[in-house]
Design a protein around this ligand. Sequence first.
Ligand SMILES: Cc1cc2nc3c(=O)[nH]c(=O)nc-3n(C[C@H](O)[C@H](O)[C@H](O)COP(=O)(O)OP(=O)(O)OC[C@H]3O[C@@H](n4cnc5c(N)ncnc54)[C@H](O)[C@@H]3O)c2cc1C
Length: 431
Amino acid sequence: MVSVKKTRPAKGISQQRIAVIGGGVCGLTTTLRLAENGFEVELFEAAPKPGGRTRSFLDKKTGEWCDNGPHLLNGAYIATEKLLADCHASNHVTWQSSLKLSLWDQQRQYFSLGPSTMLPFPLALLLAVKSMPGHGWNSALAMLRFNLAVKSKQCSDRCIASLLKDCKAPDAFIRDMIGPICLGAMNESTETADAKTFGRVLSESFASQRCARLGWFNAPLQQALIEPLVQQAKHSGAIIHTRHRVQSLQSFDDKVMVDGNRFDACVLALPAYASNRLLGQDGECETRAIINIHLWYPNHPGLPEPFIGGIGTQGQWFFDISSQMRQTSPLHRHLCAVISAVEAEVDHDKLLEQIHREFSCLCKTNCSPSHTRIVHEKRATVLVRPRDMKPDTKRIINASESPVPGELPATIEFAVRRGEKAALDIIKSRK
Ligand SMILES: Cc1cc2nc3c(=O)[nH]c(=O)nc-3n(C[C@H](O)[C@H](O)[C@H](O)COP(=O)(O)OP(=O)(O)OC[C@H]3O[C@@H](n4cnc5c(N)ncnc54)[C@H](O)[C@@H]3O)c2cc1C
């Protein structure tokens, strides 16, 4: 992890003008870190509000602030935790005390992966996998073999599915463990997801009991994450322009021009397809969609856990948003199902019906929703792919989301780390 220490502004730095393009988590992180270090920073965001893919909107029918999609964190999100602490927002995340992954399927109903806290974590994890219904030593040993394979050289240029085949992993282990983790972390199936990046996700996330625990925001993203970042950046002197889509970027020896305004350097904090457009570069940029189906139910008991992974269900993750936001009135229960890695066009009405049926099974109720809403994020994440990365120039640092094999996949943590690194590169180069 790159950590940017707050230092005294070096002589001359206060006259350095830096433009940051893109006001998602990455751009806000860079803006904050540079402003803290005495740079004159201006952030340009195309939308009416900062936030990017971590944003909230007001649902007029319920009067509730609603997120484009629930965002899960885990204890390996070290840079994110530090950033939240620096913005006095650590208490906006609820953390499990130790890992518990609750799952459901039609046959086994509720079961969970919950390693004991009394044993060393690797042993506890092994035994937890072994004791899940439908598993046994077969799955536990497959986990060991897969763990070795995914960290070895043999995983380069391979997809996860082919590595699982080499490891003779049983179907139950793939269906209940690797499949859901892969969809959640990489937003694509094991058939195409890069094994090297997955190895990195596993080694960071399962490094210890602390890293493995999961966390969720207990307030809408705007309030929990974006506003604290914006306020802290402004407090440090940054200027944030919204409704400003940057159209032109020109780099010279002594300056960079952003829509005709002169800056000393510029950071691109965009998804790769948007930065390619701005830089006039071609280049494949594969993305995947995520669909979030929000349902509001009157008189509903809610889910037994704040979130549950569905096995063999259309929804992959089922969230009890009311419980996550600590609004436990049964009169108005907000539930949300997430469908990741969406490739084809889908019929939203059919999807909604199916998700409602699945919630009815999960919660053993047959009440009908009083309100529904579908958020289809067409380019939710940029996929991990080999790419020819153009090196940064003296004046343009490209911190965009374009993960290559071995890097973290597109997540909040990856956005924060990219933002921190871009700030550090600017600080180093201007000293
Ligand atoms: C539905 C959904 C669920 C997700 N779930 C999770 C999860 O559970 N856990 C997790 O860790 N991650 C999750 N992610 C991924 C995570 O949200 C993103 O990887 C991260 O927010 C990317 O941040 P960013 O700052 O790099 O990019 P963005 O948030 O996309 O920010 C880029 C900004 O640039 C602006 N922009 C674009 N072009 C221009 C221009 N020319 N001029 C000015 N501004 C411009 C855009 O409006 C945008 O605000 C999820 C993403 C989605 C969509």
